[in-house]
Design a protein around this ligand. Structure first.
Ligand SMILES: N[C@@H](CCC(=O)N[C@@H](CS)C(=O)NCC(=O)O)C(=O)O
Length: 207
């Protein structure tokens, strides 16, 4: 029975969010690169663990499979409280953290699910869905910007939300847009870029 985490991830993808949490929590892991857009043995291995074919998908020490980044992070927060991924139970900031964590994964993330390969869902009308999800995503980020604190999303309290912001601002509409339209989110993203614990991980994903 393996004692290490196993991560199925894809360069530049949401797997980097959970990888950054594993690094911060000091949890060693093995990583398999899976380009989920390409049919083949790697994608088959991913589908066998997670029929959605999404990354991150992890195998916990002991063999249990988890997908869904927020669920994985909540699990690590419970089992490794010293990593300070979320405000503790009883801290008034915890409800804010949970609200906006789920907002990111349930409102913003699906705009990529449906907008990245829109032809997969609606064939020839794909470009319309792509533009609609793109516009919706910009509006959602602006909503998040309106409740963003400094220097971190929750103000003085650093959390896993900052890691989502660091990674997801690399994606469309990308950093230049955030700098112009969402300066508080952009500042958090730059601070996350500069975290020395994550230099190697960011280079592997985004350079
Ligand atoms: N709700 C999932 C979303 C994961 C997700 O959509 N990951 C993308 C990569 S960043 C993916 O695997 N996309 C492939 C697909 O949806 O087919 C999470 O929070 O982990």
């Amino acid at each position: 029975m393996t004692q290490r985490w196993r991560m199925l991830g894809c360069r530049g993808c949401g797997s980097a969010i959970v990888e950054s949490v594993l690094v911060i929590a000091g949890l060693p892991y093995e990583r398999e690169e899976v380009d989920y857009t390409q049919k083949g043995p790697a994608r088959d291995r991913l589908l066998a663990l997670n029929p959605l074919g999404q990354v991150p998908t992890v195998v916990l020490p002991g063999g249990k499979v988890m997908s869904e980044s927020a669920a994985i992070i909540l699990h690590i927060d419970e089992t490794h409280p010293a990593a300070c991924l979320l405000p503790k139970v009883g801290d008034p900031l915890r409800s804010d953290a949970l609200r906006w964590l789920i907002f990111v994964v349930s409102a913003i993330y699906p705009t990529f699910t449906y907008g990245d390969e829109p032809e997969k869902w609606i064939g020839d009308a794909g470009p319309m869905l792509r533009e609609a999800t793109h516009a919706h995503r910009r509006a959602l980020w602006k909503q998040l910007e309106s409740v963003t604190g400094a220097p971190w999303f929750l103000g003085e309290t650093r959390s896993a939300l900052d890691l989502y912001i660091g990674v997801m601002t690399h994606w469309r509409p990308r950093r230049d847009w955030f700098e112009a339209e969402c300066p508080k989110l952009f500042a958090i993203a730059k601070a996350i870029d500069a975290d020395p614990r994550l230099t190697t991980l960011w280079a592997a994903n985004f350079d």
